[in-house]
Design a binder for this molecule. Structure first.
Ligand SMILES: [Mn+2]
Length: 386
């Protein structure tokens, strides 16, 4: 029988949400709880043999007095399905912290609290190795803390909150790298599956065509770098095969949308385009709309969006990046240098062959923008000098 693992990480219960507007933070935090409850309910229903939480279950500086009994009650709903927690950089295992001080249900195993770094689950057919972050800033590399898999008849699994540093879309840089590892280093350890946390977007690590580890990503989006539906993973593990199924579970999702207003004559057309974004999931999307395009004179979306347009969204923000179009007849009547440039290019456009007209019209816009001191983004073919 294959082992059935529910793998999640980076839940970030009690995260702070700035910029969503008054009263929205608590609703979004409740959405995270609802998402976590759904993961637990799914684990009971599937049923999972084990639940692995690879760090950042909560944020140690924000954890509310209500969160610990909430978690304990959720874990109790799993009855005898074991839970393994590998604390991360946001929920480190510290002496006076929640993990150490709480009397967890007997099915809950927290690395850091458990003295040995290897837990055996014969009923699931797997062993789980791992460790806890013990501060917000762990030094060293993954291989400093984790030894090779031990073969003792059970399929060896590793659970860690750590940073993949090569070979994938999830690679981060800068000051958020903890316990880095390369894909080759991870493969060299010999675990049949590594349940990872830290990167908030999902990613699988493969070697020789086989998944050796994965990040399920944050199950509830936390900001605009975590776009769209979010998931936990159902892992079906045998000694020679791994299947990772991503199960959508989030409640309130982030969307980042660009709306080209170049052909719009009225604000209403913009409102209609925005209104259509929320129709499929009323109250469940946080949308940032970037309005782009060169717009007709007088076109203006800067005013407050009407309530009936806002209403379907959990939160809606508009970033107006439109630029005004030009009224050439009016510019040509001026007694200015730009009027002279506009007139001459206007004559060229009028005389141009059909195939050259669009290029000359674009040249006229760039010429006027240059005279106005605006930064101009020329396409690469214009910059080519060969
Ligand atoms: Mn995290």
């Amino acid at each position: 029988m294959p082992a059935r693992i529910v793998h999640t990480a980076d839940v970030h219960l009690d995260a702070a949400f700035a910029g969503l507007g008054a009263g929205k933070g608590p609703i979004k935090r409740q959405a995270i709880r609802d998402t976590f409850r759904k993961i637990i309910a799914d684990a009971v229903e599937w049923p999972a043999d084990i639940v692995i939480i690879a760090g950042d279950l909560f944020e140690i500086e924000h954890v509310s007095p209500d969160t610990v009994p909430f978690l304990a009650a959720e874990f109790r709903r799993l009855k005898d399905i074991p839970v393994v927690i590998a604390p991360g950089n946001h929920d480190p295992y510290i002496a006076d912290g929640v993990y150490a001080l709480t009397d967890w249900p007997s099915n809950v195993h927290v690395f850091g609290r458990t003295t040995e770094g290897l837990l055996r689950f014969p009923s699931a057919g797997i062993s789980v190795s791992g460790f806890a972050h013990t501060s917000r800033h762990m030094e060293g590399r993954l291989l400093d803390l984790v030894g090779p898999a031990r073969e003792d008849g059970l399929i060896p699994v590793l659970a860690v909150h750590a940073s993949r540093e090569s070979g994938g879309s999830s690679v981060r840089s800068g000051d958020d790298i903890w316990l880095a590892f390369t894909d080759d280093e991870l493969a060299s350890l010999g675990y049949r599956y590594t349940a990872l946390g830290h990167y908030h977007n999902p990613d699988n690590i493969e070697k020789a065509g086989r998944i050796i580890g994965s990040y399920p990503g944050a199950p509830e989006g936390l900001n605009f770098s975590e776009i769209g539906r979010r998931h936990y993973s159902r892992v079906t593990l045998e000694r020679e095969s791994v299947e990772v199924e991503r199960v959508p579970v989030s409640h309130i999702d982030y969307l980042d949308v660009s709306v080209d207003c170049g052909n719009f004559q009225t604000r209403q057309q913009f409102f209609d385009a925005v209104g259509n974004l929320g129709v499929n999931s009323p109250g469940r999307v946080i949308v940032r709309v970037v309005a782009t395009g060169r717009v007709a004179p007088g076109f203006n979306i800067s005013a407050e969006l009407p309530e009936d347009i806002r209403q379907p969204f959990f939160h809606l923000a508009v970033d107006d990046k439109t630029v005004p179009g030009y009224d050439w007849a009016e510019i040509e009547r001026e007694n200015t240098l730009r009027a002279e440039v506009a007139r001459r290019l206007g004559e060229s456009i009028a005389a141009a062959a059909e195939g050259d007209r669009a290029m000359l019209e674009q040249a006229r816009i760039w010429a006027i923008e240059a005279l106005e001191g605006r930064p101009i983004e020329l396409p690469p073919e214009v910059l080519r000098v060969d």
